[in-house]
Design a protein around this ligand. Sequence first.
Ligand code: FE2
Ligand code: FE2
Length: 182
Amino acid sequence: MQSREKSIELLYEYIEGESLLHHSKMVAIAMQAYARELGKNDSETDEWWTAGLLHDLDWEKFPNEHPNKAVNEILNGLGYSELVLDAIRAHAPERTGKYPETEIERYLFACDEISGFIHAVSLMRPTGLDGMKVKSVTKKLKTLKFAESVPREDIKKGAELIERPLNEHISFLLDVFMKELQ
Ligand SMILES: [Fe+2]
Ligand SMILES: [Fe+2]
């Protein structure tokens, strides 16, 4: 496994856009928090964090090849475990043919779109994430015109994949983001 520092270096090498950098960090933090909650050891937790951090690594430079370019070329041979690479593959099943099955794969799928959505909701609020309630998120989920590009189906499917009610998943993530993103 690569060190966290190396992964961060790689992230900044391939991504310039502030919002994609922010998204990558959010998903990394979400994955780390779930790894800890599930009782993973430190090296497993590093893998979960890393899969979150690098899942959109090639999105900015190779949008049409995402995430195949990242797993098959950029990250290939750099010492990342198959577990991490498969998780990245499985966050975009329609592009890779790999469906989320293992725990890390299911959690990455479940954390990706909802983290982007929570961020979109936070941008609408004067206090950002501060004091955000689960209800502010679920209300916006039902407003299909809001953050239109975020597929509601994937958010629903994500919660099912990790066998958590969507409300609890959102509540867990809000706590994590409020504590760790400020
Ligand atoms: Fe992606
Ligand atoms: Fe993403």
